[in-house]
Design a protein around this ligand. Sequence first.
Ligand code: HEM
Ligand code: HEM
Length: 130
Amino acid sequence: MSITLAWVNVVLLIIASLLFITRRIFKNLGDKKSPFAQFLRKIMPLLQKIHPIIGVSFIVISFIHGYLALGLITLHTGLLIWLTALIMGTVAVVGKGFKINQKLWLKIHRPLALLLWALFFLHYFNPWLI
Ligand code: HEM
Ligand code: HEM
């Protein structure tokens, strides 16, 4: 069960990251009227809409995975991923609350996504490092 949930988390992580990836690809497309561009135009708002739900689900499901895998939550490479996701969610909620500079919080949220992926590879390839 813990392993199944681990891979559910990976899928959620990929969907959460697709928001950024599809936007970048779209931005760099020469022909914005091509069928592929039209496809991206359709899925980007959908990815935007589900993104916070995916993020919160990730936080909940990865905690359950960690709890089942260890029997209790202690300092572990997995916990580092989880804490990063928690900070990302908090930054998004607090950032959206402040109306001054809407994009400032994204400058924290985005690099944390990169950190999260790095921690994921650490957790996958060297789970017992700490
Ligand atoms: C509870 C958790 C999360 C919440 C509430 C949240 C919320 C948001 C929101 C509101 C945006 C702005 C979307 C927009 O431009 O309209 C955003 C952007 C972004 N999120 Fe999250 N997010 C969460 C978790 C994650 C996770 C786990 C990842 C992936 C590792 C992630 C990666 C990103 C990236 C890369 C962007 C920037 C997209 C861009 O620059 O176009 N987020 N997030
Ligand atoms: C809450 C903190 C977490 C803890 C305590 C935790 C703990 C563990 C443990 C003990 C293992 C087994 C390691 C081994 O092979 O000996 C594992 C495997 C794994 N974890 Fe986590 N984890 C956590 C969060 C996460 C998160 C956030 C992800 C997100 C993607 C994740 C993805 C995985 C994957 C893909 C595996 C490998 C499953 C396999 O063997 O196929 N974990 N985790």
